[in-house]
Design a protein around this ligand. Structure first.
Ligand code: ATP
Length: 308
């Protein structure tokens, strides 16, 4: 759908049928996304799925080949004025290494028309860098530089923050800090769209996700929806796994997998009921029958493993 009448001015991000091709590589192949106010929206995908290319087009940094993008109803391709209220970075943020964190932010503030010292310190505080504000950025860790990048974005008082893999390269403590920082942003009035291939990272932070596979969205929606659609699997422990798998196949369950003394199946409750009755009739004992929740990571692999 490319009708601009369907695009609504109050929505932070609306993307419809977005496309980008580099030579013979179709990097983004008809992507639709909607990020609502207050979302922390995870844009997930394996390496090369097209995340960065999408975010570049969302921020108007590269030309799109097709489709529509609106940020609060404005087309970012129209130039900087259309990016009012939007901040973020697609590449890792760069700073002057010989200046302190505070001096770097002051310099950036000057380019943006000036930022007061208390406001700069508040932004540093929000990303947990106030106590290191006087230290030279050259001595900052990667995680601290990423957080300084977010502070630089927050200085512009954005309503929407777009971040490309902000946790990339961070150690577990850095990932935890980044996750906490991002999860606090909606209560400060900032909607967040960020990309990641670190699935465990988004599970606690994002209320909505899109999973990208080879330039196409394989799933878009809430994490609860994702789990409800794909997230449960049934484990049957039995002394006769081979016949259990055969009987499952005979009643139309095509997903049975034998692992040790258990058979795993993906099937509706009704089918699982039918299987338990069939096993009973065949005299095959069921020692345990349990529903196991799949991790988001398992779901991600399921949705992306058939990448061409
Ligand atoms: P990663 O997690 O590795 O950063 P990604 O999901 O961000 O991956 P993109 O960087 O958007 O993926 O790349 C998508 C595809 O487009 C890849 O096949 C990539 O090689 C190709 N691509 C991206 N930018 C360019 C470019 N400037 N010129 C040519 N091909 C490009």
């Amino acid at each position: 759908m490319t009708s601009s009448t369907a695009l609504d001015g109050s929505t932070p991000v609306e993307v419809q049928d977005l496309r980008k091709t580099y030579g013979h590589v179709v990097a983004v192949d008809g992507v639709d996304l909607t990020v609502e106010t207050g979302d922390v929206y995870g844009y997930l995908g394996p390496n090369g799925a097209g995340k960065t290319t999408t975010l570049r087009m969302v921020l108007g940094l590269i030309r799109r080949d097709g489709g529509e993008v609106r940020l609060f109803g404005r087309d970012p391709a129209q130039g900087p004025a259309a990016l009012a209220g939007v901040a973020g970075f697609v590449e890792s943020p760069t700073f002057y290494p010989y200046l302190s964190g505070r001096e770097n932010l002051a310099l950036l503030g000057t380019l943006d028309g000036g930022a007061s010292a208390p406001w700069i310190d508040e932004c540093l505080d929000r990303v947990g860098l106030l106590d290191r504000a006087r230290d030279r950025v050259g001595g900052y860790s990667l995680g601290m530089r990423q957080r300084l990048g977010i502070a630089a974005s927050l200085m512009r008082k954005p309503a929407l923050l777009v971040l490309d893999e902000p946790a990339n390269g961070l150690d577990p403590a850095g990932i935890r800090d980044m996750r906490r920082l991002i999860s606090e942003l909606p209560e400060q009035g900032v909607t967040v769209l960020y990309s990641s291939h670190l699935l465990a990272e988004v599970e606690d932070v994002c209320n909505r996700v899109a999973i990208l596979n080879a330039g196409r969205v394989a799933f878009e929606g809430g994490l609860d929806e994702l789990r409800a659609s794909f997230g449960e699997t049934t484990r049957i422990v039995t002394p006769d796994v081979a016949r259990t798998a055969e009987i499952a196949a005979a009643i139309g369950i095509t997903t049975a997998k034998v692992e040790g003394d258990a058979v795993w199946i993906d099937a509706t409750t009704r089918r699982v009921d039918a299987l338990t009755l069939a096993l009973g009739s065949a005299g095959i004992p069921i020692r345990t029958l349990s529903h196991e929740r799949r991790s988001l990571e398992d779901l991600f692999f399921q949705l992306t493993e058939d990448a061409p």
